[in-house]
Write a new protein. Structure first.
Length: 82
């Protein structure tokens, strides 16, 4: 499953900067596929944390090339924020 592969690839690099993954989903909404990664961190998640997580995740997923559809949307958010 895509979500298991994503989790395996990005969990350790995110943990190294204090970011924990709460869930990973990959689903179609309307005409777009979304890879949604919900994160948490001690002290809470702010916009800078989401940006940092995205900057870590994007190159890892690009290099791994595990998602066939190049037109998915990466959505990194906090548990209260999608």
């Amino acid at each position: 499953m895509i979500k298991d592969k994503v989790l395996k690839l990005v969990e350790k690099p995110l943990n190294e900067v204090g970011i924990n993954i709460l869930s990973v989903t990959y689903e179609k909404e309307t005409s777009n596929y979304f890879l949604r990664i919900i994160i948490d961190k001690v002290g809470g998640v702010d916009l800078d944390t989401c940006v940092l997580a995205s900057e870590i995740i994007n190159p890892i997923l690009d290099d791994a090339n595990i998602i066939d559809d190049d037109n998915y949307i990466l959505d990194v958010c906090s548990k209260g924020g999608n």
